[in-house]
Design a protein around this ligand. Structure first.
Ligand SMILES: C[S@@+](CC[C@H](N)C(=O)[O-])C[C@H]1O[C@@H](n2cnc3c(N)ncnc32)[C@H](O)[C@@H]1O
Length: 287
């Protein structure tokens, strides 16, 4: 672990961005390929050359992975963080990427001219993967997105609910402590967002809301260390960073030192045959 500060990391605790987060999301997306790929395949294949809006697209890697095997599509990716859009533009040639905040009132009026340029009347698929948890007003943003859907278009929301997260056996209660630490950390968003999404979608006026998938356990992965890599080491980096940025904060110092001193034991747990780790992913679709 290094103490190097990534200046692109947002300090106001709404979401984390930076090289480490990009890497964590790439691992997460390779894990989630096992979780809800069939849902994405189904919505992409409903129409030839679907028009897709990827909200909170980050580096664009999540959507590119999901689109593998889809012959033609029109893709617009939006993210409120400039750095993410610059990486997406450099990395992916098939798509248009824009710096836009879906929580801003004028979001729809800013994206409509781009839709016109691309001859998109409405989106066949709107994707929100791990974004709603970071929103201040999810119903407002989702209502705005509903107006951009094509007739028969589908919104896909993938998110997290740590109420479904557990690790067992956990005799020293290390994972229990870690989950409590993460829950208190507002930088990681609303960790109980998943259970609220049905209500958000209903209140935003969506119909035909389906909860397609819920929870992903290490027991269904060939390589369960992927869940460790996704869930643990990057967070140690964040706790170190937070401590180095405010060395006088005793709680943050204690959190970091506890994490540093226990990470190896947590990794060892993942190596044990009878150990199970369950992550609280959820996947919804709505029209
Ligand atoms: C956890 S990352 C998920 C990235 C990608 N969707 C994935 O699943 O790998 C959340 C992304 O949403 C973006 N984001 C958060 N709130 C947003 C908003 N209001 N408008 C646009 N993008 C937003 C963040 O900048 C970040 O890139």
């Amino acid at each position: 672990m290094t103490g190097k500060s990534d200046k692109t990391m947002i300090s106001q605790y709404t979401t984390l961005t930076g090289v480490e987060e990009d890497q964590r999301l790439d691992v997460q997306n390779s894990v989630l390929g096992h979780f809800d790929r069939d849902v994405y395949d189904k919505v992409f294949k409903k129409k030839n050359c679907p028009a897709i809006l990827d909200v909170g697209c980050g580096t664009g890697n999540m959507m590119q992975k999901m689109l593998e095997g889809i012959a033609s599509y029109k893709l617009i990716g939006v993210d409120k963080v400039e750095r993410q859009i610059h990486i997406a533009e450099k990395t992916h040639t098939s798509g248009r990427f824009l710096i836009l905040d879906v929580e801003k009132e004028d979001f729809a009026s800013l994206i409509r001219p781009v839709m016109e340029e691309e001859s998109i009347g409405g989106f066949d698929v709107i994707n929100c993967s791990m974004v709603v948890l970071h929103m201040q007003n999810p119903v407002g943003a989702l209502s705005r997105l509903r107006t951009l859907l094509a007739p028969n278009g589908t919104l896909v929301v993938r998110d997290i609910d740590d109420g479904l997260q557990y690790a067992w056996p956990d005799p020293e209660r290390r994972f229990e402590k870690l989950f409590k630490m993460l829950e208190k950390d507002v930088r990681t968003g609303d960790r109980h967002c998943g259970r609220k999404i049905y209500s958000y979608l209903t209140n935003a006026g969506f119909q035909n809301i389906q909860l397609n998938k819920i929870g992903l356990a290490s027991t269904s992965l060939k390589n369960k260390m992927l869940l460790f890599d996704m869930a643990i080491p990057t967070f140690l980096h964040y706790y170190e960073q937070r401590h180095l940025d405010a060395p006088d904060n005793i709680q943050w110092k204690e959190d970091f030192e506890w994490f540093r001193d226990n990470i190896v034991a947590m990794k060892d747990s993942f190596g044990k045959e009878d150990f199970v780790f369950s992550a609280g992913f959820m996947n919804y679709t709505a029209e």
